[in-house]
Design a protein around this ligand. Structure first.
Ligand SMILES: Cc1cc2nc3c(=O)[nH]c(=O)nc-3n(C[C@H](O)[C@H](O)[C@H](O)COP(=O)(O)OP(=O)(O)OC[C@H]3O[C@@H](n4cnc5c(N)ncnc54)[C@H](O)[C@@H]3O)c2cc1C
Length: 374
């Protein structure tokens, strides 16, 4: 039976970044993806925001990897002609309670290592964004937007250049555990089955990551690995209103763990609003037109230039959450499963936002884990 050193499941931005880091001249690295190209799921259905790392609990993997990923992303974009724009972000307070809350938020961000944050007055907000309504705001200069497709292309090219083999149109169907390594069975688009052995198996299968963990024999409920689908919908802003705000404009967070519906400018200069997040039972990317009122009501206090008729349904994405609806937000799980008796298996579960921002830092972290195993 054929043998490889490292197999990565899933060519989203995370799997591609990992492949670009672990691929080396003297290693056999294989990246498997069920679709015909990279990034056909969550990695191309998001806000494409380079987050600064303000909200995440101090000491969490999300905080650490987001702050590190932010710096790495700007460097990668700059050095490799990947389109990006460090447009900056405002988190706006519209009443006294929220204004007081900005202090808590900024302290959290600073504790995470986001050192360029500052609170600005309504006058300063008016200077930067004359059409926004706010009593005060946090200005985050290191927040920005990126062309995620070009980033994934860069990771793919780097991985291939470092000797990785990337196979599209092949789905991992079965995983068995012989005494050494893992036996992986894959199916191609013609229905052909093929099995091979891998020493290290990296599960970065996004929405399917808990199913992959279950294939290896992990009790996903006991481990806390069950994925719950959280849909995020966007409405586009038309009738020229994209010209009324240039930065990312976020409300004061409505609930812990939710950033709230905000402006999502893109690199072409157009604007969406979103995401509106809610849990769903199955994967369906349609946008519910009846949510238009909710979008309008959520933003009109701080984006007074938006009128009801400016909004139209746009797109949606689905985040792999490891908390049930109503439960507190959980951290990324990125773990070498030695303690479960599964040496050589690295699981990445619940890689929701800020997974895009964190992707280059996740690649580095996983490469360090791989070095310890080999
Ligand atoms: C609405 C929304 C907004 C977001 N906004 C932001 C943002 O602004 N900034 C930010 O940093 N993050 C954001 N995120 C989060 C970010 O998009 C994700 O964290 C990131 O894309 C996850 O990448 P991934 O590679 O882990 O998963 P995915 O992109 O889902 O990739 C997993 C891949 O695994 C493949 N796969 C699954 N099962 C198998 C199998 N059995 N065999 C072979 N292949 C398989 C899938 O086909 C898929 O291509 C947002 C997410 C959503 C949904």
């Amino acid at each position: 039976m054929e043998e490889v050193d490292i197999t990565i499941i899933g060519a989203g931005v995370v799997g591609l970044s990992i492949a670009s880091q672990v691929a080396k001249k003297n290693r056999d690295v294989l990246l498997l993806e069920r679709h015909s190209g990279f990034g056909e799921e969550t990695s191309s259905r998001n806000s494409e925001v380079i987050h600064a790392g303000i909200y995440y609990p101090q000491g969490s993997l999300k905080a650490k990897l987001c702050v590190e990923g932010n710096k790495l992303l700007y460097q990668i974009c700059e050095e490799n002609d990947i389109p990006y724009n460090p447009i900056g972000k405002l988190i706006v307070a519209i009443n006294e309670a929220q204004e007081n809350g900005l202090e808590v938020l900024i302290e959290n961000g600073r504790g995470n290592g986001v050192i360029d944050l500052r609170i600005i007055s309504s006058k300063e907000v008016q200077k930067l964004e004359p059409h926004i309504r706010a009593r005060a705001a946090i200005l985050s200069p290191s927040s920005g937007i990126i062309d995620s497709h070009s980033l994934m292309k860069y990771f793919e090219t780097t991985a291939k250049g470092n000797n990785a083999s990337i196979v599209y149109g092949c789905e991992v169907k079965l995983i068995e555990k012989p005494p050494e390594g893992y036996q992986v069975s894959i199916q191609d688009t013609d229905g052909e089955l093929f099995s091979f052995l891998t020493r290290i198996l990296i599960n970065s299968a996004g929405l399917e990551s808990s199913n992959i963990a279950a294939l290896v024999g992990i009790d996903v409920d006991k481990a806390g690995y069950r994925i719950y689908y959280c849909k995020g919908e966007y409405f586009r802003v038309s009738r020229g209103k994209h010209r009324f705000a240039h930065r990312l404009i976020y409300p004061f967070p409505p609930h812990p763990g939710f950033v709230g519906i905000h402006t999502v400018p893109d690199l072409q200069g157009m604007m969406k609003l979103g995401p509106y997040d809610y849990f769903v039972e199955c994967i369906d990317y349609s946008v519910d037109d009846t949510h238009k009122e909710l979008f309008y009501e959520s933003v009109r206090s701080f984006l007074p230039f938006i009128e009801f008729q400016d909004l139209g349904p746009d797109m949606s994405g689905i985040q792999p959450k490891i908390q049930r609806p109503g439960e507190p937000t959980k951290d990324f799980i990125i773990v070498h499963e030695e303690e479960k008796g599964l040496s050589g298996l690295i699981n990445l579960i619940g890689i929701d936002s800020p997974g895009l921002t964190s992707s280059p830092a996740i690649g580095r972290l996983v490469e360090n884990m791989v070095k310890q195993i080999l």
